[in-house]
Design a protein around this ligand. Sequence first.
Ligand code: SAM
Ligand code: SF4
Length: 470
Amino acid sequence: MLDTSERKDFINDEKIWKQLNGAVNPDAVEIREILKKSEKKIRLEPEETAKLLQVEDKELLEEMFKLARKIKEDVYGKRIVFFAPLYIGNKCQNNCLYCGFRRENKSIVRKTLSDDELREEVKIMEKAGHKRAILVYGEHSDYDADFMAETIKTVYDTKIDNGEIRRVNINAAPLDVEGYKKLCEVGIGTFQIFQETYHHETYSKLHPKGDRKSDYKWRLYGLDRAIEAGIDDVGIGALFGLYDWKFEVMGLLYHTIHLEETFGGVGPHTISFPRIEAAIDTPFTQNPKYKVSDKDFKKLVAVIRLSVPYTGMILTAREKPEVREEVLPIGISQVDAGSRIGVGGYKEFEKGYLPEKEQFQLGDMRSLDETIRDICKAGCIPSFCTAGYRSARTGKKFMGLAKPGLVHNYCMPNAILTFKEYLLDYASEETRTVGEKSIEKHLKGLSLEKQKIVREKLKLIEEGKRDIYV
Ligand code: SAM
Ligand code: SF4
């Protein structure tokens, strides 16, 4: 195992800028050649991505959106996986300038869920129909790997009626290998770390010296250590709005390439691209210089989809419903819904309290039920599937399936089966009506053989069986 100091920093700012500047006004013929490569689901090289990022021509952009949509459907089908964040504690020893949880912010109440409070939050999520949770922690000595492992176990253990969380993912500060091993033992899904910004100078400005988080390389290699410890699925991300968005897309691509080259062709399981949101008493978030417009946001999503055609892409409820609707079809495979991002936020919301003193503000406060209905109306099928991870279709195995575009052989049937559970157990009357029609429509898209298998399993679910998957 290498020490961080011995690891090579694979982000070269100067080189990225050279590639971006060298790609201005790209040639249409060349762009179409690059798109042919994307269509074959081959990961692009940085020089190629730089050219896509510099496309301004309307016609070419439309071609890019169209192809991004096609690739998404080829690789993932029409299914959208649903999850919800669960904030465990907001104590933090860092002072990241953009975050409401930062150490010096006196306007927020510091809180860590007790065991009972955690169980209560989980039950509320389960009663809404969630099956996947991502646990979120500040970076604090109270939240070490042992603490995280305990909270993960509690989440898996807490069940109400037919409700259970079947996959727990984590968004937390990077750990050492020993720490990750403890999480592996209790069965985590994806470990997510956002580099925030890949640009070194900006990273130093936003993460004050002396803070744990100020060590760029410790964070950059956080997911290497996770994989070395045995965690199969890792998620990368950048917080858009801290620096130039085109640079950050290049950073995400270099990170993907690094993971692929280091771990036998397996890149990140997911890529996240949150945009910065306003947070209470956090001046940096008021009109940041590099704020990304909706137009550019759509373009960056398409470019990521075209550059890494087989990687999952997460769009969060930070975005407003209109933006989610616009961007969803061009590449997204996972969304959160009915999310509450305060510590204890699910219970508080039930009591009618609309939180503002949180890490940041959410753009989409629709309930899970409402979001699901809208997703169905848009022609997609919601999925609560966690079978991939529990059938060990992760890491190398997942990529082996995802790359040739076979995921929908498993994903579509499992989306239909888990959605049926949702409709029977949790949906409102209105959503159930829309959802049943959606199931019927998507069933018809399967081969006759698959249809038969799925229809048989649907019958079992109607008879009361749960957690059935292929
Ligand atoms: N404390 C851990 C860390 O920093 O890695 C994990 C939890 S942190 C609460 C999760 C993510 O929230 C960060 O990685 C950052 O990208 C995002 N975030 C922080 N401030 C934000 C803001 N104002 N708007 C949107 N996202 C923000
Ligand atoms: Fe703490 Fe994470 Fe927020 Fe930084 S982003 S202040 S580490 S919670």
